[in-house]
Structure formats: structure tokens, C-alpha cells
Design a protein around this ligand. Structure first.
Ligand code: F6R
Length: 611
């Protein structure tokens, strides 16, 4: 949940670290800090964003060629200067930055207190720093041994960078459950929570695995397990352009990512659909097709927006491939003793590939003997490594905290999976399948067209930006879209918003409707059109304000709704990809007009690596 950056080499460490922290700020932004190793270890940290840290160090000595930096999303202890990282051990021997949670920290803290340690912060990280120091001083061992021994006593998750004031020529990094990547340069190494701070220097990376410990000097890398077994580092090439992680002239990453969706969807199906648009081929699933065809049911797991994509998947698999599907919040699934059969296929959906609850649910399903597949965006992240097979979305890095292009790329993959299974199971005609493939290939153009109407969405945003509540309604394939529209609005504009299946409105939510309630209805002609028209009438009869998403040329709803947003006609199975776009933009413009920090909404972080 936090961002970690480290550098060791001949360059000035500070600019590399501070730029890296800016790239990782989407992971957490309530406090930040750095430590630069020179003759001494210089540590600076403060509450606030990386920009606040920059101001704070403006008049400080930041020279040195080795260092580490951290941008935090608070778990233990409120965001303040003391709880910011780096955390330094009581006698100043060890400096630690940490992403993750030490679950047994209170027991370890008590033991250290009994041995005379005093704590200045409320963090679990300070406990770890002191534990390492205690072992180091008591055992008279090297820093590396002290770190490894301490880690064997720790329960929980960590991505760590550690330095020791007696061994200032090295950084020690370790991973369990929280991601850590090493960038391999010439006579220099970089460390980061993901590859985005690294790619402007090198595209050679090593993804650390759980229980790995790396001991880095500027021209030496030793990789071992926490139990001291030597490992051979596996250097991989990361395929990421620097332009992909800049705003490219857009005001916010979120806006850039919304506009990138035609490209992201295209990249996601490119090479997976035959040139004549008749066949879908997903290489990542090749080995598990028999399990998928034999599956009595598919269980889709995910959190937040990825869960919403999973709901679209439910409609797709049931509709096209006639396979029963259950969609589960990973956080509920893992804790409720679910019944999992060996014949079940689990599909875990995650943009980051690091969401702790999703990972835990995967492990549970694997232990139960089910086949587990992943749909992830971040190459080399944890979920693809824990799953039996999977398909990457090729959305490119998603930096805005609110997920946009990842959602449409996930739905694209689910659509392709459903089409593959429909073909193999013969559940839809060849003609129908080919028509859907053609429509999928055409979706980027449809979205381009929708994106051109952004001035229209701005006008609606202006009218409703001060509303306190919103309802979103949709039926069938559009119910998940309604949920996603509501989530986008609440997370970036802090307006209370609810998504409902339109028919459920009369079972309760209708009581909320009055002249102050904007109701966004997805009412395109590809769903249960007549029924949704009735739902709109029900809202209007109670003086609600209707903002309806309709199919181009619709006249019936135009006469009923207060505002209409037109989208091109699509088959219902593909329409979620198009109809979600105006909802993303509406949320974006409302949030900007309300003066909200769109890319870094309060209390949130991009990847939720705590449970
Ligand atoms: C919403 C959002 C979150 C994530 C959720 C799962 O805009 O971004 O709801 O979708 O935290 O994250 P991933 O997909 O990384 O597992």
C-alpha cells in the first residue's frame, strides 16, 4: 500500500528517489520520507505528499549516492511526522522503509520494551527496525544476518529496504507478500515497489519472490532466501515506455487513462483475434481449456472495480458459454469457509495483481484443488505468479487511483474468454460468435466517438456537481455498469452514490427519490428497453432528475429524461465497454468541479495490500 524506492550507484541518489516517489505516489500519499547514506545517514520525513517532502528538504543536505524513499498509506498509526518512514532503530544502527503489515508487531514490541527499547512512533516498522538492531547488537552478527534472523520472527507481509550505519556501502531488500522490483543498471541498482520508477534508467529488472533477501552493493547483487540459501537472480526485460507513465498533456492521470481506453482495449485483443475476425485465441489459457470446458461452475473473485468487471463476466459466461458463474468479493470468499470443488475454475481479477484479499482467496482456492486463473494488468505481479494460468490485460500502467482503463481491459478479456468457451462448447452459432468478435474489434472506434462528446458530459456535471446523492440504475449487463458508475463518483468526488439493478429500485431505494435526486439510468436499446423506460417513468413520477444513457437516435427516452447522453448501438454483451465511458467522464468532471484531488482521492491508495 506504500511506495518504496531505493538507489545505490554513482549518481546522486536524491533526484532518483524523489522522482521515483512521485511515480509511486498513487500507492499512498499521506506522508513521505527519505534517507540518504553518506558519511552519516541523513533521514528526512514529514506528513503530507511527496511535494511537501521536497519543500521540507529544500535547505537540507541531501548529497549521497545511496538512499531510500517512501510514500505512505497509513496502516499502523495516523499519518504524522513520527509515523512516516524511514523508521530508524533506537540506537540509529538501522534505517528501514516498509510496505506491508507486521501482524505480530505488538508481541514483538512488548518483548523489545521488556529489553529496554523505547518507541517514538506507533508503527510496526519501527518494531522491525528495533528487532533487527537488537539481534545485530546482541548476536554481534552482520547486518544481513540480523535482517534475515529478524524476518524469520516476523508474521505478516513486507517489502523492505534496510540500511545499516556500519555497512553504508549496501542496501538490503526483502519481500514477502508486498512487491519489490530491482532494476539492474551498469554499476548501479534501483529498487521500487513496481517498475515505473525504474524504467527511465533501465529495463532490466528482477522481481523478488516471497522470502527473497537481496544484498546490494553498487556493483554486486547477492540474492538468497531468508534461510540463507543462495539463489540465481532472474533478470527479465520490462516492456514499459516512459511516455506510458507520464500525463502526456492531460490534467490528470485519470483523464489520460479514460482517453487511453480505445488503445488499451485494442492492445488487449491485439494478437488474440484472428486477422479475419473469426476466432479468438488466448495463449495463456491453452493448458487449462480442458478444465474450463469441464468446469461445473466458474467462481470469479476480485475487489472493487475488478469485482464489477467480474459481474459483467458472469453475464458473459452464462449468456454466451452457458457455464454457471458465481462472483465473490475476495474479502468475503476467503473468510467464509466457501465450498470449493476440484472441478471449479476460479478466475481472479486484479489490476495491480497485488490485492491482499484476492491473493489470499487464490491461495485458499488452490489449496482446495481448484484450477485458478488470473486476469491481471501488472506483469510480474504476485497474482499471475500464484495462478495456474491467465491472461494479461494490456491496459498499460494505471496511475490514477480510480480504475478506468483496467476495467474495460478486464471486460475485454472476459469477453474473449466467453467467446473462446462458446466456440468450444458450441453454445452460440458461428454466425453469432463472429458477429460479436467483429463488434468487439469495433469497440475502440465506438469509444473514440463517445470520448468526443466530453463537452456534453461537462455541462451535465456543472448542473449536478453540488448534489449530495446520486442513484445509478441498470439492468442485466448494465447493472455492473451502474455499480461502477456509482463507485467512480463516490471515490473521487465524495458524493454518496448507489448503484442498483433498476428493477430493485421499487423494493426500497425509490423512497429516496425527490427533486434533489439525480438518477443516472443506463437505458440503451440493447438491454430490457421497455422495462427500463418504465423505471424512468417511475423516477419522473416522483420528480427525480433523470440522466439517461440512450442509444443514438432514441426519441422515447428523450421525451422523458431531463438529460440524455447518446452512445452508439451495441450488442448488450459488448455494451458495458461503451456505456461505462460517459459515467467515468461524468464522475471525473464533477470531481474536478468540486475541487477534489482526482488522482489521489482522500483515504485511498491504488493497490490494497492489506487485508
Ligand atoms: C476503484 C478501484 C478499486 C480497485 C480494487 C481492486 O476505482 O480502483 O476498487 O478496483 O482495490 O484492485 P485490483 O484490481 O488492483 O485488485
Amino acid at each position: 500500500m506504500c511506495g518504496i524506492v531505493g538507489y545505490i550507484g554513482d549518481k546522486n541518489a536524491y533526484p532518483i528517489i524523489i522522482n521515483g516517489l512521485k511515480r509511486l505516489e498513487y500507492r499512498g500519499y499521506d506522508s513521505a520520507g527519505i534517507a540518504i547514506l553518506d558519511d552519516t545517514v541523513k533521514t528526512y520525513k514529514c506528513k503530507g505528499k511527496v511535494a511537501d517532502l521536497e519543500k521540507f528538504v529544500a535547505d537540507k543536505d541531501i548529497s549521497g549516492n545511496i538512499g531510500m524513499g517512501h510514500t505512505r498509506w497509513a496502516t499502523h498509526g495516523e499519518p504524522n511526522d513520527e509515523n512516516a518512514h524511514p523508521q530508524v532503530s533506537q540506537n540509529g544502527y538501522f534505517t528501514v522503509i516498509h510496505n506491508g503489515i507486521i501482524e505480530n508487531y505488538s508481541r514483538l514490541k512488548k518483548r523489545l520494551k521488556d529489553r529496554g527499547y523505547k518507541f517514538v512512533s506507533e508503527t510496526d516498522t519501527e518494531v522491525l527496525a528495533n528487532l533487527i538492531e537488537y539481534i545485530y547488537l546482541k548476536g554481534k552478527v552482520t547486518a544481513e544476518i540480523a535482517v534475515r534472523l529478524a524476518l524469520t520472527k516476523v508474521i505478516g507481509a513486507y517489502g523492505l529496504v534496510i540500511s545499516c550505519k556500519d555497512e553504508k556501502d549496501k542496501l538490503i531488500a526483502a519481500r514477502k507478500g508486498s512487491p519489490l522490483v530491482i532494476g539492474v543498471g551498469k554499476g548501479e541498482y534501483f529498487l521500487a515497489s513496481d517498475a515505473t520508477p525504474i524504467v527511465e534508467y533501465t529495463n532490466s529488472v528482477i522481481y523478488l519472490n516471497d522470502d527473497d533477501v537481496a544484498i546490494l552493493k553498487k556493483d554486486e547483487l547477492i540474492l538468497k532466501t531468508v534461510h540463507n540459501d543462495r539463489l540465481t537472480p532472474k533478470v527479465q526485460k520490462v516492456d514499459l515506455e516512459i511516455g506510458e507513465i507520464d500525463k502526456n498533456g492531460f490534467d490528470h492521470f485519470m483523464l489520460k487513462e479514460i482517453f487511453e481506453q480505445p488503445r488499451a482495449i485494442n492492445d488487449t485483443f491485439r494478437g488474440r483475434i484472428s486477422a479475419d475476425n473469426t476466432l479468438v485465441h488466448l495463449g495463456g489459457l491453452f493448458n487449462v481449456i480442458p478444465q474450463l470446458l469441464a468446469a461445473k461452475r466458474i467462481i470469479i473473485i476480485g475487489c472493487g472495480t475488478s469485482w464489477h468487471a467480474g459481474l459483467v463476466g458472469e453475464y458473459l459466461f452464462e449468456d454466451l458459454a452457458r457455464i454457471p458463474v458465481e462472483v465473490e468479493y475476495a474479502s468475503e470468499f476467503r473468510y467464509r469457509n466457501p465450498i470449493i470443488h476440484k472441478e471449479d475454475v476460479i478466475i481472479a481479477i486484479s489490476q495491480s495483481g497485488e490485492t491482499a484479499d484476492t491473493l489470499a482467496a487464490i491461495k485458499l482456492a488452490k489449496n482446495a484443488g481448484a484450477t485458478v486463473l488470473g486476469i491481471c494488468n501488472v506483469v510480474g505481479s504476485s497474482i499471475p505468479r500464484y495462478t495456474d494460468a491467465g491472461v494479461y490485460t494490456h491496459a498499460g500502467p494505471e496511475i490514477g487511483v480510480a480504475s478506468t482503463k483496467a476495467f474495460t481491459a478486464q471486460v475485454t478479456v472476459l469477453t474473449m474468454m466467453a467467446l473462446v468457451l462458446a466456440e468450444k462448447k458450441n453454445t452460440i452459432s458461428d454466425k453469432e460468435r463472429k458477429r460479436l468478435i467483429k463488434e468487439l474489434v469495433n469497440i475502440p472506434k465506438t469509444i473514440d466517438k463517445i470520448l468526443k462528446n466530453s463537452e456534453e458530459y461537462k455541462k451535465i456535471a456543472e448542473l449536478y456537481k453540488d448534489s449530495e446523492n446520486f442513484l445509478y440504475l441498470g439492468r442485466g449487463y448494465f447493472f455492473p455498469v451502474a455499480l461502477e458508475g456509482a463507485l467512480k463518483l463516490k471515490e473521487i468526488s465524495y458524493i454518496h452514490a448507489e448503484g442498483y439493478p433498476a428493477a430493485e429500485m421499487k423494493h426500497g431505494p425509490i423512497a429516496l427519490i425527490d427533486k434533489n435526486m439525480p438518477v443516472v439510468v443506463i437505458a440503451t436499446k440493447d438491454g430490457s428497453y421497455e422495462k427500463i423506460v418504465s423505471n424512468i417513468q417511475e423516477v419522473k413520477a416522483r420528480n427525480g432528475k433523470v440522466i439517461a444513457l440512450v442509444t443514438e437516435g432514441d426519441t422515447i427516452i428523450k421525451n422523458l429524461a431531463d438529460h440524455v447522453i447518446e452512445v452508439p448501438q451495441n450488442d448488450a454483451a459488448l455494451a458495458p465497454l461503451a456505456t461505462v465511458i460517459p459515467l467515468q467522464l461524468l464522475s471525473y468532471y464533477i470531481a474536478v468541479m468540486r475541487g477534489c484531488n482526482v488522482d489521489q482521492p482522500r483515504n485511498l491508495a491504488k493497490s490494497v495490500t492489506v487485508e
